[in-house]
Design a protein around this ligand. Sequence first.
Ligand SMILES: [Zn+2]
Length: 264
Amino acid sequence: MRAPTRVRGLIALLCIHATIAVTVALPVAVGDGANVRAKAPGTTTLQEIDKRIDVALPMWLDFYKTCHANPELSLQEKESAARIAAAFRKAGLAVTENFGGHGVVGVLENGKGPTVLIRGDMDALPIIEDTGVPYASKVKVELGDGSHVGVMHACGHDMHQTVLVATAQMLAGMKEHWHGRAVFVAQPAEEIGRGAAMMIDAGLFEKFGKPDACIALHVSHEILADQSNGFLGDDVSQRITASSTPVRDRSRSNPAANHRGRVR
Ligand SMILES: [Zn+2]
């Protein structure tokens, strides 16, 4: 079975991307908020990121499988939000729950500097999972008409939750490599196009500050597991690829694309 290898590779890759994006954006973001530039992180930072990924990857894989096996539909992300809030708290973030529906905001303060917002989504789709993986979703929910529907993370939001938590843990553990404020946003109800507006309407920017830069990742079957496709520019991308020892699987890697399912 190839899925776990792909999952491992993708988690590592996205964590590398997200962490590097934040660590390089925070120190160099300029005061006017309109001209945030990323620069290649130093070798020490890359080595530190790699080292931390090697240690934490099994834990993140467990977290991913728990997310995958326990999907929740849009506006019902109660357990997913609680899981993320607990992980944020454990990492030392200041956590606000139930912000714009089941939205969770975790803030990591690290001295003076700009604010970078990192966003991931939590909701799953009304799809019956048919993948056969050991951690496949068996969740079914009853609809208003008495019929039942399967629920599956078929869009990769299980991965997004994992990367969000993992990036928070990474940055909390390597504060000497960056400064400023990192605001982690776990957004509900992405699949129905409402969650972002719900959190903004709840006062996201008023309460947590207007970010100087925002980072959001989405898995894609168009991107190979060991290629960053210019996400941070060629120079950084090459260094990421060179330093990403956990990423070994060169096959198409999107777990959402890998997951076989059928709608209802
Ligand atoms: Zn999605």
